[in-house]
Design a protein around this ligand. Structure first.
Ligand SMILES: CC1=C(O)/C(=C\N=C(/Cc2ccccc2)C(=O)O)C(COP(=O)(O)O)=CN1
Length: 456
């Protein structure tokens, strides 16, 4: 029935450990009801993140043996540089250890305190670095992105009127760049259309404003353009990606997603001056400009992963797995963000637990309950992830209170997804018994990673 069986077979397997309910009740309590604080050995199916959790191919593993670990001028850097130039089209590349490394460098080099950075919904680390560099982030995504029931095919789109209004309000000279994420993680892995990217380019060009792409899942975004946008059916992923990137001045990239590696990232730009500044800063934070916090072998594996990510049969099977899980949950009327996005199913925890207030942390509660039920690990993407408003100190209250079931690339099988659906259903059937959580420990930065909770 499925037209997209995986275009690969399994050669190496890693045993999964199962646990008992009492083991899991103890583990989640010791983890302060925070799935980030669980031990991997206590997790059965790990859907915390698609970041760094993909399976590498035999060619990528072979590439690990080709690591040129010279401190300066590694062969693998030049291979990575030419690969990114070829497929993403940018002129200059600065390697970093992962996406955050690139976000730190771009933010420090391009932002002046008092600036304003518009973007299509926030991402936690991206906004953190923008604010740390002294900018104010403004969400200019279309309204539909905040509505879990809207079936808009490109919920990641930027609302041009919101962007224009910000330019009119603060002035173009106070906007160092528009931060355009493809896909939009926090909206549910939702894509931007080519038409929107082109329109953003035209608008920003009229005001001399740069556009920096968060290219972390831009190949998945290209897949949705091919599937959903007129004029792109049957075009190769590489062609769609290249056109999409041509509407930006550069990008930050977490290679741990689309590039199918466990570590790695990069910053790229067409701007010679900015390149010089970032290439200089990289030696302060990431190591030399020809390794950026990665071993040579990591850069080799990442260059190979770029090419593998652009294979349509692979991408169809990757996205097909998320759609398959969505279909299973749909049959039981379980609430999740639609249309199904590129890397995860985002359960709508407000609709799942209508009796819980957002300040009782419904999405965190659902992630903890799902783990206790089956050992499946998911991630809170709601009020806890949104953090506190730096001005008021109050919780930010995002409209989307989601629990993310994030599917790693080339790791789990359909049978695992069947189990995931059954466990979500079991939690859904028992939703009345959920009591909510309260914060008992709240770190200062990006609290969701290390916060601890207790049941109410
Ligand atoms: C769109 C986008 C991302 O999704 C992204 C990382 N995502 C991650 C990893 C993560 C990061 C922060 C909190 C929880 C989980 C994800 O689980 O979804 C980064 C940072 O990249 P980095 O992790 O390599 O530093 C930049 N942009």
């Amino acid at each position: 029935r499925r037209s997209w069986a995986e275009p690969y077979k399994i050669k190496v397997v890693e045993p999964l450990r199962t646990t008992t309910r009492e083991e899991r009740d103890r583990a989640i309590a010791e983890a302060g009801w925070n799935t980030f604080l669980l031990h991997s050995r206590d997790v059965y199916i790990d859907l915390l993140t698609d970041s760094g959790t993909s399976a590498m191919s035999d060619r990528q593993w072979a590439g690990m043996m080709l690591g040129d670990e010279a401190y300066a001028g590694s062969v693998n850097f030049y291979r990575l540089e030419e690969t990114v130039q070829k497929y993403y089209g940018y002129k200059h590349l600065v390697p970093t250890h992962q996406g955050r490394g690139a976000e730190n460098l771009l933010s420090q080099a391009a932002i002046t305190p008092g600036d304003h950075v518009p973007g299509n919904m926030y991402f936690t680390t991206t906004r953190f670095h923008q604010e740390k560099a002294g900018a104010t982030f403004h969400d200019v995504i279309i309204d539909e992105a905040h509505d879990t029931a809207s079936l808009h095919p490109f919920k990641g789109n930027i609302d041009l009127d919101k962007l224009q209004a910000l330019i009119d309000e603060v002035g173009a000279d106070k906007i160092p760049y528009v931060c355009m994420a493809a896909t939009v993680n926090m909206a549910g892995g939702q894509p931007i259309s080519m038409e929107n990217a082109r329109a953003v380019r035209e608008l920003t060009d009229r005001h001399g404003i740069k556009v920096y792409l968060d290219a972390t899942r831009a190949v998945e975004n290209a897949y949705f353009i091919i599937e959903r946008e007129a004029g792109y059916a049957d075009k190769p992923l590489a062609e769609v990606l290249a056109e999409f990137c041509s509407y930006s001045d550069g990008a930050t990239m977490s290679g741990k997603k689309d590039h199918l590696v466990n570590i790695g990232g990069w910053f790229a730009t067409n701007d010679d001056e900015l390149f010089e500044e970032v290439r200089n800063l990289v030696v302060v934070y990431e190591g030399l400009h020809t390794y950026g916090g990665m071993a040579g072998r990591d850069m080799e594996a990442m260059a190979i992963g770029v090419e593998e990510s652009l294979d349509m049969p692979y991408m169809r099977s990757r996205i097909g797995q998320i759609q398959y899980l969505g279909e299973l949950l749909e049959r039981w009327d379980i609430p999740f963000v639609k249309p199904v996005g590129g890397h995860a199913i985002f359960l709508d925890a407000r609709a799942f637990y209508p009796h819980l207030d957002q300040e009782q942390f419904p999405a965190q509660t659902l992630a903890a309950n799902l783990y206790a039920d089956s050992g499946i690990r998911s991630m809170e993407r709601g009020i806890v992830s949104a953090g506190r408003d730096p001005e008021t100190g109050e919780h930010r209250h995002p409209k989307l209170e989601l629990t993310r079931l994030t599917i790693p690339r080339r790791v789990y099988t359909q049978a695992h997804l069947d189990l995931v659906a059954e466990s979500v259903k079991a939690c859904f059937d028992a939703h009345d018994s959920a009591t909510g959580l309260r914060l008992v420990y709240e770190p200062k930065y990006l609290r969701f990673f290390q916060a601890r909770f207790e049941p109410l």
